[in-house]
Write a protein that binds this ligand. Sequence first.
Ligand code: IVH
Length: 674
Amino acid sequence: MSRDKEKIKNLYQSKLEKLKKHNKKYYEDSNPQIDDSEYDKLKKNILDLEEKYKFLKNKDSPSKTVGLKPSKIFLKSKHRLKMLSLSNAFDEKDLINFEKKISNFLNLKEYKNIEYSVEPKIDGISASLTYKNNILNLGLSRGDGIEGEIITENLKTIKDIPKNINHKTFPKDIDIRGEVYIAKKDFESIKDRFANPRNAASGSLRQKDSNETKKIPLKFIAYTYGFKDDIGFKKQSEFLDLLKNWGFKVNPHNKLIKGISGLIAHHKDFEKKRHELDFDVDGLVYKINDINLQKRLGSVTNAPRWAIAHKFSADSSFSEILNIEIQIGRTGALTPVAKIKPVNIGGVLVSNATLHNEEEIIRKDIRIGDTVKVERAGDVIPHVLSVDLKKRSKNAKKFLFPIKCPSCGSKVIKDFNKITKKYDAVKRCSSEGYKCEKIAIEKVKHFVSKEALNIEGLGKKVVEKFWELNFIKLPSDVFLLDYEKIKKLDGWGELSANNLKNSIEKSKNIGLDKFIFSLGIRHIGQENAKLLAQYFETKDKFYNLMKNFDFLSLSNIDGIGETQIKSIKNFFSDQINLKVISNLLSTMNIREILQIKKGKLKNKTFLFTGKLKNLSRAEAKSLTEQNAGKILSNVNKKLDYLVIGEKPTNKKIKQAKELKIKVIEQSEWEKLLK
Ligand code: IVH
């Protein structure tokens, strides 16, 4: 090839790469970095080059794609009821565990025969459709589960979605939820343009012009509800029948199954058949069929207690380990990661695979240069399964796990687990907080992440970039950004800098629970952050904790144990952490946790001791909280009622009597609830 020809090819290639990057920003991240006119210019450049130099050809060329054009981000709207996700099960052990937890919570003696609604888990994009007075008037994407994008017009182009429903049993107000997807055979004709059917569905739902959505044959299967008027069905299976009567498509493979052995047998059978189906499935969803039990079980932060996704085994492929690197997490954990020769596994290009920890590397005898089997299951991080020893070359190199943190040079340690009386398999950097650069970056990423401040446009890559440029070193720096400088950065402009500014401003308004979670205190995840927020109620009370160093009071919170308290204490002993919190408290508008719940037990505190009749401790607690009561974990002067069951702890009764706290029977507590 002549030099000129090569030059032109390179130019063309680099423009295509750029276009691809902006397509991803728009379609996958919902975060366009350039405006429409810039995008059009780029596309025109490419088409002009193709026109002029006939030897240029590429399957990614915009000439081969229908006008996929980025535009403004969609407006958002809050889901009336949160859109939850599902916890995962991979094997029988996980399912047994799931049932055990349920039967403990429900205090079931005989739980061998729980009935489940078993539904294929279609790998698509979930959507929520609001029907008021029989008319579809709002369609939302899942978003972060709390608010979704308004994509009503695009959803209306889908044939399977009824625009109005005139059926006598259809409620006047209901959210219908289900999955938008592309059938495998329909994907065939557009497969050059997308990595997999799921991406295609996601991309075409995000078109600004619904005529573009229409060009892609999307389908919809309904499977659950959000907010709804009271309608009298008692089973999930009855609801699925109603959906069918109202004119929705439901999955023809839905089934009712009792007991785990039945579930396992069906899973095995269905997994074999999965490739014959006309849609991508990544597992089966098991939902307790009895709605009453579902209501009693309720949910944790993001997932119901009454359902689980049983995944199919993962796709896998072989590749070569080019190198092993150490990744340092937010809590200082050192994770070895294999850099592998990029390989396509189930439609996704994989170039990193986790090796978990040092013990795992030794156990599997994994070396640099080895040919390994890599597995990838849905949204789970790819991991190295095994080594093909036959292919090991003489040059394969053993990996020496560092004894010092590769980022800050601190000693590497292992935690001792008091319960298992063993050292953790994970090694960590012994430096706490922001002194270790890699930990600090991860802390900032956590601070702005979806589950915390949820700052759109400040993804992981951007945080790293801003870190390098010294724009952000601490979470509080997020609110001190210089947008004039950002505007001028490569890949940025007026529009994207403004978008970022807006989302950062918006993120200043946050509930106390999310704020506590965002600090990234070890062992304080979303659930624990919520418990702490409910206990403190206001940011001032939370701030006093660190000023007065009154950590003992935390043992009052049911669910917060020794490990958490130790970690909180540790966190507040660090000067930089204190500085960060003070800065944040003065810049942000942290909402108190309003105890909006009305309930018979409002402002009353309870502690249970002894075995309750027909009721598990967990459900008693959950019922107390649903009625706005609070649970304490030990007897002290803040306690209002000690509720005693069979064989109570006498010491607790004695302490309660000394403090003149009311000691009541389970039946009296039940009366308070009525
Ligand atoms: S139920 C209340 N049913 O799986 C539980 N979800 O990880 C939440 N999905 O976002 C939804 N098929 O996109 C439910 N039959 C089914 C499903 C299903 C696929 C997806 C859905 C959701 C994700 C949960």
